[in-house]
Design a protein around this ligand. Structure first.
Ligand code: GLV
Ligand code: MN
Ligand code: MN
Length: 412
């Protein structure tokens, strides 16, 4: 019997409709967490869920859950989903693909009158990106019991507003307690956000786990002084020190090539005036590696560089770890289920470790978890030109459909 398949046109149309919310001139989206654009995207997702006959629930940190009931209501849900928020220069697929692929699975089951034993939940989670409120995936972390609700709600944006205040403002502070709930399986579909699938001409990445990631808030302090009159030996230039740290972060990653990663994505220079030597720079450091040992060595190297740079330049520095996400292996049963579904559908697949963080990282702490990757054009993501083909988008969703049916137990 041919496998049940999703409606590829409908999924694509939904993605393109959602991409109009927060659309940017270069074809991407800017839908930062808990902004008006995020609210608009949430409203549309909720409306689509209701149209598909789902029950809608929202928890205290604003995670939205659509539920398609199963034949045995007491069984825990098989869950899928991802996030609707984006980076400032985000694309049309990061996160939203996993959310709308989940919705497309529900629409397909409705079209064909399938009944599953377990309910199927599609989640859209708050602030996965961590761009506006650090750390990333904080709402999944609260769901998994890694962070308290108070910690999540008190995360603060650069302009001083908290996640909880913004949740209230956009009307998405729900009543359901966040987490403490049994989940049978969690399977998340996502674009790869890197070049490996494309290079190997594979349509499906069978994700084995997520690499380790550590985030730091750093600051270097020197002394503001006159750009024209301060002799070179007298300068205590905080920006010069911070630039040496950019090189140190790069060196730490290169020392662990090809897998090490190091990024300083945020830089705030004070007083940011062209004829004042910078007195203070606040910046972020993001270090990643699939294994804990090398990641620890990278962190130590960067800390040592901070002491050295500050000592040599008469500066003072601070490097404060705000987030540690250890490497996270996925459940072997979920990995097998993804691999089996790809083979059954005749799709070329390969094993892959996720370089990006995902909500699945925290879900893996509460239930057996797996992920499905599809390629994205030239491996580019966190960029407005992020792209994926309609065929690959459909293929990943068909794999998701098969895995969810397999895990939820289906009868026609
Ligand atoms: C999430 O987008 C990450 O930075 O990996
Ligand atoms: Mn994402
Ligand atoms: Mn992202």
């Amino acid at each position: 019997m041919p496998a049940l398949t999703i409606n590829a046109e409908r999924l694509w149309e939904s993605l393109m409709t959602m991409a109009q919310i927060g659309a940017t001139p270069k074809g991407g989206v800017c839908r930062l967490a808990l902004t008006d654009e995020d609210r608009e995207a949430r409203d549309l997702f909720v409306q689509w869920g209701k149209d598909a006959g789902c029950a809608v629930d929202i928890d205290q940190i604003g995670n939205i859950f659509l539920r398609r009931a199963g034949s045995e209501p007491d069984l825990p849900p098989v869950m899928t989903g991802s996030h609707l928020d984006s980076q400032p220069t985000g694309g049309k697929f990061d996160g939203v693909y996993g959310v709308l692929a989940g919705l497309e699975v529900i629409r397909t089951l409705n079209d064909h009158g399938y009944v599953t034993r377990h309910p199927i939940d599609v989640a859209a989670r708050t602030n996965e990106e961590g761009s506006r409120f650090a750390p990333a995936m904080v709402a999944s972390g609260v769901f998994a019991g890694e962070f308290s609700l108070d910690y999540g709600l008190s995360r603060t944006a650069l302009n001083g507003v908290t996640l909880g205040q913004e949740l209230d403002r956009i009307g998405y502070a729900g009543e359901r307690p966040c987490g403490g709930q049994a989940v049978h399986r969690y399977i998340e579909a996502h674009i790869e956000q890197g070049p490996l699938l494309e290079a190997e001409a594979c349509v499906i990445g069978v994700v084995q786990g997520i690499q380790g990631q550590r985030w730091f808030d750093c600051s270097i302090q020197g002394m503001e002084s006159h750009a024209g009159t301060t002799p070179l030996p007298h300068r205590r230039d905080a920006l010069l020190g911070a630039c040496c740290m950019v090189q140190a972060v790069r060196d730490a990653a290169v020392a662990h090539a090809p897998l090490g990663r190091g990024t300083e994505g945020q830089f705030i220079v004070q007083p940011n005036s062209r004829n004042v030597i910078p007195g203070r720079v606040d910046f972020s450091i993001d270090l990643r590696h699939p294994e804990d040992g090398p990641l620890i060595t990278m962190v130590e190297a960067v800390r040592e560089a901070m002491y050295r740079v500050c000592a040599e330049m008469g500066l003072s520095g601070d490097m404060h770890e705000i987030w540690h996400q250890p490497p996270t292996p996925f459940d072997s049963g979920c990995i097998d289920a993804v691999s089996r579904a790809a083979s059954a559908l005749g799709l070329a697949s390969m094993s892959i470790v996720s370089g990006a963080g995902h909500d699945a990282k925290y879900l893996a702490q509460v239930c057996p978890t797996g992920m499905i990757f599809i390629p994205c054009k030239d491996g580019i993501s966190h960029n407005e030109i992020e792209d994926a083909s309609k065929a690959d988008v459909a293929a990943g969703c068909n794999v998701l459909l098969q895995v969810l049916l397999d895990q939820a137990g289906s009868q026609r």
